[in-house]
Design a protein. Structure first.
Length: 292
């Protein structure tokens, strides 16, 4: 599901760690390079949460010929457009149109063509995707080499385990009362749990690249996802892209209210194409494009 992909903390550098013993599940800072800033990620979550709360028209009542009905705004009065089919002299014509006196309207075919063109513009281009994967993989490998848990970590784990054994022996031998033993055990166990959480986070890094690849692949082919989807998925995809309604200007989608993450993708594509025309973009150039 596209919305699940957009909620994955991995994109801003976070790593999800499952609940462990008495510790709740948490998100910790990973050692991988973020693809977007935490600020942008949080903006996307606000958009998704707001979209979830909004009331949707029942999809079963939506005519499959008009997937954009309710999303398009009138070019004249900015009101939501409805849709219908009009009979001409020799054939029928379908329109998204306004019911107010301004009579603003779009031919269905023109609206779909413009919308499909827009979907292609916010889809990660294949060269961009491949370069992003290379950059991410190299950064992960570099950071794993510099961020591995060293000998001191494991020495500390052994030291704490030895201390736990020691206080157990003292308690069994009667040299420590129950209250002292309970307090000491909790103190050492808390330290040990924190160290084990670090190891979990370290092990989690091994799966990060595959998670990135899977997530990035979902940001491809929006136009194909739209064409292949049923009316429910078409409208779901449109709603996730546009938290609010949208319009056309000069046969182009107005993007002021687009999902921030997808607007970022569009800027990456544009930046890549611009650099490609001048020269071959290198990894450093691409890193600048993605780290915003």
């Amino acid at each position: 599901m596209f919305s699940i992909i957009l909620r994955n903390p991995i994109y801003y550098g976070g790593v999800f760690v499952k609940a462990y013993k008495d510790e709740p599940e948490i998100i910790v800072d990973g050692i991988h390079e973020p693809i977007v800033s935490k600020k942008l990620f949080d903006q996307v979550q606000v958009v998704l949460d707001a979209k979830k709360k909004k009331h949707h028209v029942t999809h079963s009542r939506i005519n499959t010929k008009f997937p954009l009905k309710g999303f398009l705004l009138c070019p004249e009065c900015n009101r939501p457009l409805t849709a219908s089919v009009c009979k001409g002299r020799s054939e029928h014509y379908a329109y998204y149109h306004c019911i107010s006196p301004c009579k603003g309207r779009y031919r269905i075919e023109e609206a779909e063509t413009s919308f499909m063109s827009f979907l292609k513009s916010i889809t990660l281009n294949k060269p961009v995707l491949e370069l992003l994967q290379i950059i991410i993989k190299e950064q992960l490998q570099k950071q794993l080499l510099t961020s591995k848990l060293g000998p001191k970590h494991y020495e500390k784990v052994k030291l704490i385990n030895d201390k736990l054994i020691k206080i157990q022996d003292l308690f069994i031998d009667g040299q420590m009362d129950k209250s002292e033993y309970t307090q000491a055990k909790k103190r050492y166990q808390d330290i040990l749990d924190e160290l084990e959480l670090l190891e979990q986070a370290q092990n989690k890094q091994k799966d990060i690249f595959e998670t990135y690849k899977k997530g990035l692949s979902k940001l491809q082919n929006f136009d194909k996802q739209y064409v292949d989807g049923d009316i429910h998925n078409k409208r779901l995809l449109t709603g996730l892209i546009f938290p609010n309604k949208f319009g056309f200007q000069n046969k182009k989608v107005q993007t002021s209210d687009i999902n921030p993450l997808l607007l970022k993708i569009s800027s990456i594509n544009t930046g890549f194409q611009s650099k490609k025309k001048r020269d071959n973009p290198n990894f450093k150039d691409m890193s600048r494009l993605v780290n915003i």
